[in-house]
Design a binder for this molecule. Structure first.
Ligand SMILES: C[S@@+](CC[C@H](N)C(=O)[O-])C[C@H]1O[C@@H](n2cnc3c(N)ncnc32)[C@H](O)[C@@H]1O
Length: 515
């Protein structure tokens, strides 16, 4: 890539600085330019930087090609913003199609995911530097500036390279905005990241300050803070953990391969807590033989722990009929199916969306699992889902996914507080259905990948209150591996990335009493 290492936050050099000294403001620069920037052609510094770095001389009036890694990052980020694409689907495809590997692929990945994670704070910085709301910047230029700002403030990219390659990109996308982009980046580079946070958060309340510093929407900061009993230091650690890409976790399917065998096979590390977990050092999990052969699957360690907790709970009497009421795409069904095979039980896996039901079927091939494409709320209304027909039930309810933001770079900005009411209604209906499905004395594990209280303890309390029969909340902590730290005061458990290195999975275990 040609970037020398440098401390984050040095200002861009070359023509960006000259432009700025003369013009004074990014807004003025853009208003003045209108078409292809005269200044840009004459003295943007892009050509100069490139010559200094030993790059080919070129006619500065011709459109320079953006470098392939940065172009891939731009195309991924703009697909996310323009087409609602998912970065973790679109970027690997772009890298593959364009033959980007090794350092280039790693650079494009860091730039794409980092830019998407920090979008809200990058936008706040750009708005000040551009002296206008980012909504008033053309989307392609806005995305290029986000990528440029991320490189200047958060990556060890030489400032002139970060700025000049961004200007190259803008020249290719919107030639009329070159001078504007130059000036905005110069102003961005006047401070480092911490300096910008201080500037932006000068008069902010504590929630806004955390939101800016860790790049989360304020409503999510509030939700984390409420779940962490308003401990602002710990809330900051929880938010910071969302900005660190986690390793891929594999689950070694019990009875088919041990975690130690799998770790040795893939050069990974046995997990800290789940007896099935292996941390993968890198590479494509789909290429691992044990995964291809159905002896292991990709699954966050927290998801493994909560699925296994259901099986660890005591039930009196028969223990043969297990139910996964929200099964797609089949991660927990895969683990429960392998455990069921060891214990002589059988699992019914329910999923309402047909294509996700197909994924469950593929994930549970050769296991004692029957996949039913149905609405889980139809317990008692369809033959496959008899009321009181199951000994153990998992309700892994659809949720906001605020517990796995570290894995989905764009999702924190996509989710809205208005997503909560329909989701919480569905969660309560599905938990009520799970309680109808379990026989007296049997257990239900209610799981969400969210620490938001209305999706966790509030929802559980409400569903139990409305169920119409006695429900005992079981202490979930002893159902997790001995010695796991920081599980709270029970009976439910909230896992956290910053505490446990897992997604923020919530687990409540309920035992149904006699009617
Ligand atoms: C959190 S995901 C489950 C993840 C899954 N247990 C796993 O480990 O792979 C929730 C799933 O519930 C499904 N779902 C949503 N509404 C449903 C309903 N009414 N009945 C059954 N499944 C539903 C969604 O399509 C989604 O696949």
């Amino acid at each position: 890539m040609g970037e020398a290492g440098r401390p984050a936050g040095r200002r861009p050099q070359g023509g960006t600085g000259r432009d700025q000294r003369r013009e004074g403001s990014a807004g003025r620069d853009q208003r003045r330019e209108g078409g292809v920037g005269r200044d840009q052609r004459r003295e943007s510094g892009v050509g100069r930087d490139q010559r200094r770095e030993g790059g080919p001389r070129r006619d500065s009036r011709r459109r320079p090609p953006a470098d392939p890694a940065r172009r891939a990052a731009y195309d991924a980020v703009s697909a996310v913003h323009r087409d609602d694409a998912y970065a973790n689907l679109v970027l690997p495809r772009l890298l593959r199609e364009r033959g980007l590997r090794g350092r280039d692929a790693a650079f494009a990945t860091e730039l794409t995911y980092g830019t998407l994670r920090l979008t809200g704070t990058l936008d706040a910085i750009i708005a000040v530097a551009a002296d206008r709301d980012v909504a008033r910047i053309d989307p392609p230029v806005r995305d290029a500036l986000r990528l440029g700002t991320y490189q200047l403030l958060r990556m060890r990219v030489a400032a002139h390279a970060g700025a000049s390659t961004t200007v190259d990109l803008v020249r290719a996308l919107a030639p009329g905005a070159v001078g504007f982009a130059n000036a905005v980046l110069r102003r961005v580079g006047e401070r480092d990241w911490d300096g910008w946070i201080e500037r932006l958060a000068a008069d902010a309340d504590p929630v806004r300050r955390l939101a800016l510093a860790h790049a989360h929407p304020e409503w999510i900061v509030r939700a984390f803070s409420e779940s962490l009993r308003a401990d602002s230091d710990e809330t900051a650690r929880a938010l910071a953990a969302d900005n660190v890409a986690p390793p891929v976790h594999l689950a070694a399917r019990p009875g088919l391969v041990t975690a130690a065998e799998l770790a040795a096979d893939v050069g990974g590390q046995v997990g800290r807590y789940s007896p099935y977990a292996v941390y993968l050092p890198g590479g494509a999990p789909g290429e691992i033989r044990a995964v291809r052969e159905g002896r292991a699957h990709v699954q966050d360690e927290g998801s493994q722990l909560v699925a296994a907790a259901l099986v660890n709970a005591a039930v009196d009497g028969a223990d043969e009929r297990w139910l996964d009421l929200c099964a797609g795409p089949g991660g927990k069904s895969g683990l429960l199916g392998a455990l069921a095979a060891q214990r002589g039980a059988a699992l019914t896996a329910v999923e309402v969306t047909p294509h996700r039901a197909d994924l469950v079927a593929a994930a549970t091939r050769n296991l004692p699992v029957t996949v039913v494409t149905a609405d889980g709320r139809d317990v008692g209304a369809i033959a496959e889902l008899p009321a009181q027909g199951f000994d153990r039930v998992l309700v892994d309810a659809p949720c906001t996914g605020l517990g796995s933001l570290r894995r989905r770079p764009e999702s924190r900005w996509r989710r809205q507080p208005s997503d909560l009411p329909p989701l919480t209604r569905l969660q309560r209906e599905l938990l009520a259905a799970g309680l109808r499905a379990v026989r007296p004395g049997g257990v239900v594990a209610y799981v969400t990948c969210s620490p938001h209280l209305v999706e966790t303890n509030v929802g559980v309390t409400e569903a139990c209150r409305r169920s119409g029969y006695p429900v005992e909340l079981v202490d979930a902590r002893p159902l997790l591996p001995a010695g796991m730290p920081e599980l709270g005061g029970g009976p439910s458990v909230q896992l956290w990335p910053h505490r446990h290195g897992t997604d923020a999975m919530f687990l409540a275990v309920l035992r149904r009493g006699e009617a």
